[in-house]
Every structure is written in structure tokens, then in C-alpha cells.
Design a protein around this ligand. Structure first.
Ligand code: PBG
Length: 327
């Protein structure tokens, strides 16, 4: 056969295949979401996310140690408070769960980069991401609470804040508040492109943050939309976001690619709880092989263009990267 071009030539053997890989990754780009709760001596498995735990502050070090060993140097903290109220005041309390966790983390793991999720839904009695006016979340009133929360996280030791509420104007409100308090060097990673998604189900079980009525479609994005993702990303960059995120990841990789083209800041992709749960469940049933699925989904996010990857599989992925299995 007279074939000048044979694409298979570059697939001939593992060494060559690795040499010509188009997607290169490094564990430094991984961010692990960790759930911290009140109490002592607790590491309780999350029923809808097997292998993931809610840690009390005194036990989160167990996971932080194994992350560190695997080469993961960054976490994003989610707080599960004991007390909730209408306005979510636990979010900015000086002795709030995230604030306490930050104190401990920075003391025991000073090199671990600590990002915090800034949102009200884990702290409000109604489970919405802001303060209510009737049955609607009041955008402008919520900005003040988000800013207070972000500031209190930074004062407690957060290296970066990540607002996930989807209120309009939150990035500029938070930036202004941090700057006025002298935290001009603390970056903001905005959940700029966050869709109203069924893939958050297991997280809401884990964090007890499901809305008591209605849904989040009045603030999170409609998954029919794509140009709106660019509008949101550009707007957040204009407001001062240092990094922007697309969330979920797996079913939104078209947006990861488009946002990457549109902005000049690093782009993160968040492989959310439902993505994790699907792989876990499929593997438990023996329908799919977990390790292969972890590798393939992770690489697909990087191939689409993300610079940072938030994932509950961060530790496993870091190991696979080190072993040269991917990356
Ligand atoms: C808080 C928040 C959510 C997630 C991250 N931050 C839940 C939501 O918006 O309902 C989801 C993360 C996941 O599913 O892994 N607003």
C-alpha cells in the first residue's frame, strides 16, 4: 500500500506515544475540595460520595497529609456549620467553621494553598445562596454579606477566595472590600460560568445545602446557553476576577474551550460531585473501570483548555500523573 501519511506511526509504542502527547499536566494544577464540619474526632463518609468525608477540624489533617504526599498543594474549603439562620451569619462568624479550619490548616500545613468557597447556601436556613426578599434572592443585599464573608475568610488565613453564589456584581464588591482592608494581593477566582445543574446533587447532600423551596435557576445559568458563558466570564474579569471557573466540567467542556479563547486569565474547571458519584457508582456496579475513567475525564478537561482542575479525585490523579500514566 502506498501510504505517505500513516497516523499510526506516532502511536507505535508507549515511549513515542508519551513523547508526542499534546496535553501535559502537573499536580500543581489540581485543587481538592474538602468538607469541614463542626465537632471533634469526626471523619464521616458521605453516602452519595463514597470515598469522600466530612472532617472535623482536628481530623482534616489526615486527608491533607495524604494530599501533600501525592503532590497536591491546594485545597478549596467548604464549611458545614451546626447553626443556620435566615441571612447565613455563620458564613462570616469569626469562630465559623471555615475560619476555624483555616486557622488549623495554616498552622499545621503552612505550604498548603487554601482557597475558600464564598457562598451563603450552607449557612442559610432556606438553603439559597443569598438573602431572601419574598421567595427571590435579593442580589444587591447579598453582595454585602458575600463581601463580609470573603473578608473574614482572608482575615482567618485564606490565600484566595472563590465566590460561587452567582450574584451580579459580587466580584467587584468583594475586590473593593478586600482592597479597603489592605488585602490587595489576595486573588479572586470567580465561579464565573456556573450552570444550574443536576450534577450538584451529591454535594448538596454532603453539605446540607439543598434549597428548601424552588431551585437556583434564578441565579445559576441555563444550560442551553453558551454565549452567555462568555458574557459572564468577561464581566467577571472586568470586575477584577484573577481567575475564572467553568462548572460543572464534564458536560461543559465546550465552554471551557470557548472561555479559554475569550479571556486572558487562567481558567479552572470544576469536576463536581455528580461527576464523581457517577464514576464511583458505575465502578461499584462493575460497569466501568474506575482508574481508567478518572484518567480520561481529567485529561479531557485539560485537553479542552483548563489550567486548573478542581476534583474530588485530586489525590488519585496526582498519583497517575506522577506514574506517567497521564500527563
Ligand atoms: C455553593 C456550591 C455548590 C457547589 C460548589 N459551591 C453547590 C450549589 O451551587 O448548589 C457544587 C460542588 C459540587 O457539586 O461538587 N453554592
Amino acid at each position: 500500500m502506498d501510504l505517505t501519511i500513516r497516523p499510526r506511526r506516532l502511536r507505535n509504542g508507549e515511549t513515542l506515544r508519551k513523547m508526542v502527547r499534546e496535553t501535559r499536566m502537573d499536580p500543581s494544577s489540581l485543587i481538592y475540595p474538602i468538607f469541614v464540619r463542626e465537632g471533634q474526632g469526626i471523619a464521616e463518609e458521605i453516602p452519595t460520595m463514597p470515598g469522600q468525608y466530612r472532617y472535623s477540624v482536628d481530623r482534616m489533617g489526615e486527608k491533607l497529609n495524604s494530599l501533600k504526599e501525592a503532590g497536591v498543594s491546594s485545597v478549596i474549603l467548604f464549611g458545614i456549620p451546626d447553626y443556620k439562620d435566615e441571612v447565613g451569619s455563620g458564613a462570616w462568624a469569626e469562630d465559623g467553621i471555615v475560619q476555624k479550619a483555616l486557622g488549623r490548616l495554616k498552622k499545621d500545613f503552612p505550604d498548603m494553598y487554601a482557597i475558600t468557597d464564598v457562598c451563603m447556601c450552607e449557612y442559610t436556613s432556606h438553603g439559597h445562596c443569598g438573602v431572601l426578599c419574598g421567595h427571590e434572592v435579593d442580589n444587591d443585599k447579598t453582595l454585602e454579606l458575600l463581601s463580609k464573608t470573603a473578608l473574614s475568610h482572608v482575615q482567618a488565613g485564606a490565600d484566595m477566595v472563590a465566590p460561587s453564589d452567582m450574584m451580579d456584581g459580587r466580584v467587584s464588591a468583594i475586590r473593593k472590600t478586600l482592597d479597603q482592608a489592605g488585602f490587595t494581593m489576595t486573588p479572586i477566582m470567580s465561579y464565573a460560568v456556573k450552570y444550574a445543574s443536576g450534577f450538584y446533587g451529591p454535594f448538596r447532600d454532603a453539605a446540607g445545602s439543598a434549597p428548601a423551596f424552588g431551585d437556583r435557576k434564578g441565579y445559576q445559568m441555563d444550560y442551553h446557553n453558551s454565549r452567555e458563558a462568555i458574557k459572564e466570564a468577561l464581566l467577571d474579569v472586568e470586575e477584577g476576577a484573577d481567575l475564572v471557573m467553568v462548572k460543572p466540567a464534564m458536560t461543559y467542556l465546550d465552554l471551557v474551550a470557548k472561555v479559554k479563547e475569550a479571556v486572558k486569565v487562567p481558567v479552572a474547571a470544576y469536576s463536581v460531585s455528580g461527576e464523581y458519584a457517577m464514576i464511583k457508582a458505575g465502578a461499584a456496579l462493575g460497569y466501568i473501570e474506575e482508574d481508567k475513567m478518572i484518567c480520561e475525564t481529567a485529561v479531557s478537561a485539560y485537553r479542552a483548555g483548563c489550567d486548573l482542575y478542581l476534583t474530588y479525585y485530586a489525590e488519585e490523579i496526582a498519583r497517575f500523573m506522577k506514574e506517567g500514566r497521564i500527563g
